[in-house]
Design a binder for this molecule. Structure first.
Ligand code: AMP
Length: 568
């Protein structure tokens, strides 16, 4: 049987086609969403999804997330003693979804359609397909996420042509896609976006409002406390989908801090973020050479579009009532499952895929004008991710310290604000005349073409001295043997047994909540966790299930009571 998979940046999920419709497949914890998170515990065992995230709250250095952003790059993630590529981490998530689907459908799942962002280039698409193969899946198609969403919304069902804009506001990115359905063909006309805008920014606004309200300086908090404030903000934000006032409460040290926010107060604080959505929307329309009047529909997808203030902002801005009838978390996977069914019935919607974009940001490292050269540098993007190629862009930088003789231009690829976290793909050094800092201007020009060739030109403005290098994007193909070796390595790594998952998850959750709680709550958690652990050693399956449920109920009630998030 074939399943559809949405391999998301924050969460992933799977669906199949049953009784004429797309059906979401629950995971081993009975939930629809599997967080795209992988952890490695102290025993070297691989944890995936919610269990991995729960483990990561206490051991952030042993957890990887957001690895979809680096798909198709050389970036690696070291978790404990093990190192993985983004492809391998994705393979773990896919394997977990595959196992859950096989258990749910009571048959071996061997084939999948996996969705990717419309702006993914060929290399990123191949990396995604390879992750599927590493998970033991035959990937029969890679489908564009906005195309899948449009299919879930019934675009093309009537057979008449339709022009739509899909707005996807996920955890960390905002993607705008203009597509047209015409005679069984879905064509992507333009993609635009902002890879520094997402639901997480809206959570940060609440985190800051909370800390300011409680007069707490963020810099005085340790990583664990900050992460529990962030978690409470996340829950507070999500509650706005149901009510116009939302509360937040966090225990810091021995004190409980509480704040209450109204939707309008929150909306005002978010105005800057909301305004950031305008530019990519306008750019996509411009690139597609259409205006708002040509659009038949606007479709909202991505978890963050549940925020009422985002829906109303889009409507105010475009004058079009946006559609959000399908669950924003599930529209992509439903579309992927539907497209699988259509394919099998030969009523397939064909896609025209747009891949001629630069898939990553290319930039360099610079130092603040008034800093010492020894200071940590800052990343200066020159060609932003998703720019349509071929493209040529220049930036002028200046000497950083007095009597500087050489300027070293590091060619970096990646999305991190911290240069060291990006990939160093080349370097150009030029000699500059000595003088006070800031006197010499150096013009850096990056030209990226459709063959993934990057030409870097560095010119010293005063002397006209010029240096040029060409950097070839290494083809990321791997040999058959290497693919086999990787497959074996992943299989060899021990994954937490599926049937134990609920027990491990609940105990990790108890451990984290014990650390976060105080006083009587602590003893209640401890008591229930110990009772559960004792039953695990001596009890029957039924008794274990009962005690686990008791512990889970207690934890969830405590979370509800304290305004802490439910881990749904
Ligand atoms: P996605 O990447 O599409 O799964 O979206 C994840 C983002 O959706 C995260 O930033 C979540 O905080 C956000 N999100 C999920 N549910 C809600 C909700 N009820 N209200 C506001 N934001 C939400």
């Amino acid at each position: 049987m074939l399943i559809g998979i949405d391999l998301g940046t924050t969460n992933s999920l799977a669906a199949c086609f049953q009784n004429g419709k797309a059906v979401i497949i629950p995971n081993r914890l009975g939930k629809n969403l599997t967080p795209s998170v992988v952890s490695v515990d102290e025993k070297g065992q691989i944890l995936i999804g919610e269990t991995a995230r729960e483990y990561g709250y206490l051991h952030p250095e042993r957890m990887a997330r957001l690895f979809k952003r680096t798909m198709g790059t050389e970036k690696t993630y070291t978790l404990g003693e093990l190192t993985f590529s983004p492809e391998e981490l994705s393979a773990f998530v896919l394997r977990s979804l595959k196992e859950d689907a096989s258990a749910y459908l009571q048959e071996e799942i061997s084939e999948a359609i996996i969705s990717v962002p419309a702006y993914f280039n060929d290399r990123q698409r191949r990396a995604t397909a390879r992750a599927g193969e590493l998970a033991g899946l035959k990937v029969s198609r890679i489908i564009n996420e906005p195309t899948a969403s449009a299919i879930a919304y019934g675009v093309g069902e009537s057979g008449s042509s339709e022009c739509c804009m899909v707005l996807d506001l996920g955890g960390g990115t905002f993607d705008v896609t203009v597509l047209e359905y015409y005679r069984n063909i879905m064509e992507v006309y333009a993609v635009a976006g902002d890879n520094r805008l997402g639901g997480e920014d809206f959570t940060m606004v609440l985190t800051e409002l909370f800390l300011a309200g409680c007069q707490i300086d963020a810099a005085s908090l340790d990583l664990k406390t900050l992460s529990s404030v962030y978690k409470a903000a996340e829950a507070c934000k999500c509650a706005f989908a149901q009510k116009p006032v939302s509360e937040m409460s966090v225990t810091i040290g021995s004190l409980i801090y509480e704040e209450e926010f109204s939707l309008s107060e929150y909306e005002t604080a978010c105005l800057g973020l909301l305004e950031k959505m305008r530019k990519p929307i306008e750019k996509a329309l411009r690139d597609a050479k259409i205006t708002l009047n040509d659009l038949d529909r606007i479709i909202l997808v991505g978890g963050a579009t549940r925020l009422p203030l985002i829906r109303s902002y889009i409507q105010r801005m475009t004058g079009i009532y946006p559609e959000y009838s399908v669950d924003p978390d599930t529209s992509v996977v439903e579309g992927a499952a539907l497209s699988g069914a259509m394919k099998e019935r030969n009523r397939d919607i064909q896609e025209v895929i747009l891949t001629d974009v630069c898939p990553f940001t290319l930039g360099t490292e610079v130092h603040s004008f008034n800093s010492t050269f020894a200071d940590d540098g800052r990343y200066l993007p020159i060609i932003e991710r998703n720019t349509i190629i071929p493209v040529s862009r220049s930036q002028t930088v200046y000497t950083a310290y007095d009597d500087q003789e050489w300027v070293r231009v590091k060619v970096l690829q990646g999305e991190s604000r911290i240069p060291a976290n990006n990939l160093l793909i080349g370097e150009v050094n030029v000699e500059v005349p000595k003088g006070p800092r800031g006197q010499e201007a150096i013009e850096i020009t990056y030209t990226y073409d459709v063959n993934s060739l990057l030409e870097v030109e560095v010119r010293v403005v005063s002397t006209g001295l010029q240096k040029k290098v060409i950097i070839q994007d290494e083809e990321n193909r791997i040999s058959e043997e290497e693919a086999q070796a990787r497959l074996e390595r992943l299989q060899y790594l021990k994954q937490n047994p599926r049937e134990d998952e609920q027990n491990v998850f609940v105990l990790l959750k108890a451990e984290r909540m014990y650390e976060e709680a105080g006083g009587s709550e602590r003893s209640r958690i401890e008591e229930a966790a110990e009772a559960f652990e004792r039953t695990m050693q001596t009890g029957t399956r039924l008794e274990i299930d009962k005690k686990r449920q008791e512990l889970l109920d207690l934890l969830e009630n405590l979370e509800k009571g304290s305004g802490q998030p439910m881990l749904s």
